[in-house]
Design a protein around this ligand. Structure first.
Ligand code: FCX
Length: 435
């Protein structure tokens, strides 16, 4: 493990010194005003968090350490048999801030493979749930059960210096990431494949081994997993799963507790569960109209119907983005190469052609364009992973990379407990009266 961890520490120490200087010299500069509307409306647009791993531009979409998704698809290390980036490389990039060599990414892959053994009691916790339990509930509980393994919690209890926090958080994060594919695959095979589990293959990279344990050994599905686990990893710090992980971490809860908090947030339908909702919405559309490829006019009518029933069109809209999500585009490009003839994929593309204009015409939806969740389900269905309740777990396995790399940074930079000020409406009214 040594050299990557040492390198991270070196980079983090430099950044920490630069931040101390920056606060001392420029700490009084205002980043903007907070309005009453923002306080009531989800704190949208308030700059109040530091997240080093990625930055979201409303029009361009996400950049990881300055690199866009098309750039990452080109520059990150690939598996020997693949063309898509390996998430191991993205994790290195988020952690250290540099594009890794093949050797760096391979090293992370080897560490994760070595640490992937999941203790038995975690499976017992999963088994205690009725099989009908939503996979995200089983996933959150399993991560929480894994908390018995936390080196940070043990070290803290034994008494450690603040300067050492990052080290244990780093170790826990690496071990947790290493174990997630096995846990997720176990939940999948238990719920949908009669509990017929597939043993890991230590020779495969993190994504390919995950695909293998899920039961999908097709080479292009492995490629899809590499792409999927890369593009879902991080979306700067304010989204619910990233912010929840960071917030809980600020209380010095260990990475297992923090990540569970992130995952319970990801399980909400306005966040990660939207990928399940999208494909259900598309399948209902197909069923209602009696065809897998409804016309654009039929799709337009269905969108209007959804809106008139007071429901959201899942997969469209975003709190920050104002253009088509590059994560949607990356999946569309993948689909064009691997499954352009699939009727559900074609329906996703036809929805993309008609939905933005209709959503825009409502005059209230700030972003009429598709987000990451609008495409993923159709791709997974194409490869036979048809159980949409499971899709958010896939998102969660990927999201671990970003939020845990960020957690390492939070502790390496010594960030304090988070505690923004809240107010009552009475306080707001008094404040207005004094203006
Ligand atoms: N369909 C219908 N109405 C929509 C909508 C959509 N896709 N997107 C936004 N709206 C509505 C909102 O519900 C809100 O209505 P209200 O004023 O009656 O309450 C109004 O438009 C203004 O909302 P807006 O400011 O544009 O959006 P928010 O920042 O409040 O919400 C989300 C952003 C993503 C939650 C919203 O667009 C939504 O519900 N989309 C559908 C669910 C979805 O796809 N979520 C996944 C997001 C993301 F990619 C992820 O986290 O995975």
């Amino acid at each position: 493990m040594g050299y990557i961890k040492d390198h991270f520490k070196e980079v983090a120490d430099k950044q920490s010194a630069a931040i101390k200087k920056l606060i001392a010299e420029h700490g009084e500069i205002s980043l903007g005003q907070v309005t009453i509307a923002q306080a009531y409306q989800g704190m949208r647009g308030i700059p109040g968090l530091i997240t080093e791993t990625s930055l979201l531009d409303a029009n361009e979409g996400i950049r990881f350490r300055g690199y866009s998704i098309p750039e990452l698809r080109e520059k990150l290390p690939k598996a020997s048999d693949g063309k898509e980036p390996c998430p191991e490389g993205l994790f290195y990039l988020m952690l250290v801030g540099e594009i890794p060599t093949d050797e760096d990414a391979g090293h992370i892959s080897a560490v994760w493979a070595r640490r992937s053994h999941v203790p038995n009691h975690v499976f017992q916790v999963i088994e205690a749930f009725p099989v009908s339990t939503h996979p995200m509930t089983q996933f959150c509980a399993a991560v929480l059960a894994l908390q018995t393994e936390s080196k940070f919690a043990k070290a803290y209890e034994a008494g450690i210096s603040k300067k050492e926090y990052w080290d244990y958080v780093y170790e826990d994060s690496m071990t947790l990431i290493a174990r997630l594919p096995r846990i997720a695959a176990y939940i999948y095979r238990r719920k949908y494949k009669n509990g017929e589990h597939i043993q890991p293959d230590g020779m495969l990279d993190w994504s390919a081994n995950f695909a293998h344990m899920l039961g999908y050994d097709d080479d292009s599905f492995k490629e899809l997993m590499r792409l999927y686990l890369t593009i879902h990893a991080d979306h700067e710090g304010g989204n619910v799963s990233a912010h929840a992980t960071h917030l809980v971490g600020s209380a010095l809860s260990d990475p297992y507790l923090c990540f569970t908090a992130g995952m319970t947030g990801l399980a909400g339908p306005l966040h990660g569960l939207a990928n399940q909702e999208v494909i259900r919405w598309i399948e209902e559309l197909q069923k209602d109209l009696g065809t897998l490829t409804p016309s654009k006019e039929q799709i337009a009518d269905y969108i209007r119907k959804t809106l008139s029933e007071g429901k959201v069109v899942p997969g469209y809209g975003h709190a920050v983005l104002r253009k088509t999500d590059p994560r949607f585009t990356a999946q569309m490009e993948f689909a064009k190469v691997h499954c352009a003839d699939n009727p559900t994929v074609q329906t996703v593309w036809n929805v993309y052609e008609v939905a933005p204009e209709i959503l825009e015409s409502t005059g209230k939806i700030k972003n009429p364009w598709p987000n990451v969740d609008a495409h993923s389900g159709a791709l997974l269905k194409h490869y036979g992973l048809v159980e949409e309740d499971f899709y958010t777990v896939l998102f969660g396995v990927s999201r671990a990379l970003g939020v845990l790399a960020s957690l390492c940074w939070d502790r390496a930079l010594g960030f304090p407990i988070e505690r923004p000020k809240s107010m009552t409406t009475e306080w707001i009214n008094n404040y207005i009266a004094k203006q």
